[in-house]
Design a protein around this ligand. Structure first.
Ligand code: FE
Length: 193
């Protein structure tokens, strides 16, 4: 695979179809600048600022753009809120649609056929395999991301975080919690980690 990509890249550069500097800039963006830390900032802000949270839940692209997180694969985003009674899980059943500006590139499991089918057929089973056991009275909602609309989960703010700063809170927000396969870390757990 790596060799095929390299061969393709050389060919495109040779034919003058792509600029290698532009390719480097793209790779640098997705390796270093864009990633789940962006989404974590957004979530932490929503936890501490009720007005921001309202904006985020009603017009996610605009609220996320307040941080400057813009760009491809993030034009149409919807943020869905986890509550004690509702747990949201995001999948792309068709391929691997994912909100790049806030989460970076999707992990391999997100793109895998078993996740894509089983997240819909047996969401509780999938969550259990991720180590998340939900009580029977918690409703699980599954959201199918598409090229037109990508979902981001607003996880619940963990207990015992009342005195934490926004930056400290952001460190509890994992990629998996924003896809909905995990909860945000609890403060005790993150201290140990
Ligand atoms: Fe997709």
């Amino acid at each position: 695979m790596t060799l095929r990509v390299k061969a393709l890249e050389s060919l495109l550069v040779e034919k003058g179809l792509v600029d290698p500097a532009a390719l480097d800039a793209l790779v640098d963006t997705y390796e270093n600048k864009v990633g789940p830390r962006n989404g974590a900032q957004v979530v932490a802000r929503a936890w501490v600022d009720p007005d921001y949270k309202k904006r985020l839940l009603t017009d996610a692209p605009r609220a996320i753009a307040e941080f400057g997180y813009l760009g491809t694969q993030g034009d149409h985003m919807v943020v869905i809120e986890n509550t004690p009674k509702v747990h949201n899980l995001v999948v792309c059943t068709l391929c691997s649609c994912y909100p790049w500006p806030v989460l970076g590139l999707p992990p391999v499991w997100y793109k895998s056929a078993p996740y894509r089918s089983r997240a819909v057929i047996d969401p509780r089973g999938v969550l259990r395999e991720f180590g998340l056991e939900l009580a029977e009275d918690v409703e699980v909602r599954v959201w199918d991301s598409t090229a037109e609309l990508r979902y981001l989960v607003l996880p619940e703010r963990p207990a015992g975080t009342e005195k934490m700063t926004e930056q400290e809170l952001a460190s509890l927000v994992t990629r998996d919690s924003m896809v909905g396969v995990a909860k945000a870390k609890s403060p005790e757990r993150s201290e140990k980690a």
